[in-house]
Design a binder for this molecule. Sequence first.
Ligand SMILES: Cc1cc2nc3c(=O)[nH]c(=O)nc-3n(C[C@H](O)[C@H](O)[C@H](O)COP(=O)(O)OP(=O)(O)OC[C@H]3O[C@@H](n4cnc5c(N)ncnc54)[C@H](O)[C@@H]3O)c2cc1C
Length: 411
Amino acid sequence: MRVLVLGAGYAGLTLARKLERTLPDDVDLVVVDDTGTHLVQHEVHRVVRKPRVAEHITLDLEDVLESATILEGEVVDVDPDANEAHLADGTVLAYDAAAVCLGSETAYYDLPGVREHAIPCKRVSHARRIRESVLDAIALGGHAVVGGAGLSGIQVAGELAALRDEHVNADTDGEATVDENADDDADDASGGGSDLSVTLLEMQDAVAPGFPEPFQRAVHDALEDADVDVRTNATVERATADAVELAGGDAIEYDTFVWTGGIAGTPATGGERVDARADLRVGDSTFVVGDAGEVVDADGEAVPASAQSAIREARVAATNLQKLVEHRRQNDPGAFEPTLERFTFSSPGWLVSVGNDAVAQVGPTVLTGRAAVALKASVGAGYLSGIGDLRNATNLVNDELGLDPGTDDAP
Ligand SMILES: Cc1cc2nc3c(=O)[nH]c(=O)nc-3n(C[C@H](O)[C@H](O)[C@H](O)COP(=O)(O)OP(=O)(O)OC[C@H]3O[C@@H](n4cnc5c(N)ncnc54)[C@H](O)[C@@H]3O)c2cc1C
């Protein structure tokens, strides 16, 4: 019997690690991922300012999985009717049960020029491109525009502002210079620089749309404190090579344009996020978990695309997959289908970084400043230690708290 986990992000890795412990030994558990690594994606924006973070958030799957077979390959199609996954190299993997955990891609909504001119921020390579572009922009005294103020856009804008602050020190004459020693490889800043303005655009009337109002207000304040120009009710209509054009006729010139305006399904699911029921099933033997699915939970609520949703869904999917496998192994045509668990999303709260600051909503309480920064560091580290990577958990705490691992600052 073969069980496939397609994709090894938060959803796939959580699911696979649970199945390693719960599936019978003779079940062939196969994890397919196009990178062969697990990316702690909710920290990817940090790489824009601190390139070394890339190492701490990219984990080799061999190091975090024990018994599953790991296959590095690109899934190009999943057929829940035939119970088959198709890979780019022509391999067809037949399965008895599978979970589609392929995450999402950046959505461009066919806005003219946006895909062509903007840099997305979902992978480490994107963060590196943003860094390169923005260091040039700082040197020119230029302008960065971030389109979309969800979790990723807020955090990217925060990093750009902090990178600017680290690199640009006003001298006593009021002139600005690039501080070559400002971070771990500031030497790629092309000297003689001056400044950067950062604008964050959001088409809704508040940043962090869909999140509780006190959280939205605190995030807005933190962005303004970081000297990010926040523009709400600002709908991007198109982009040219040097300007973003808004509904209503305004145009904002840019040197760096980052697009974080939304997500869509991967090509393997036809570019759509798959509609899933609360038991996370999309076929008799196929589940969808994390960003790859558009899940409506047992209370009828749409589940937000987030790392914490992906991890929580994966725990329910693991139970359901295991029940299904047990049932199929009985090989008793008279046996009733097992009753599958239904997913209910309830969040303990939300957390974002805004450069060196952070905002947390825990229950009804909103935290900012050191308390929120410490919470953010502990959540990231808790996740890494939970998947058995203590070394990078420590590194991440150092990165988040701005401690130099080579000094006595480090815990
Ligand atoms: C900059 C940024 C900041 C964020 N901040 C937060 C935050 O603060 N809090 C929060 O909860 N969420 C945050 N998110 C959202 C969160 O990262 C996603 O919701 C989460 O990664 C979804 O998990 P997943 O497992 O569904 O997908 P992913 O983590 O994207 O994993 C998908 C996996 O599938 C692989 N894959 C994709 N396509 C294929 C293919 N065709 N074949 C084989 N493998 C494939 C990928 O390489 C990847 O390993 C942030 C996202 C970004 C980009």
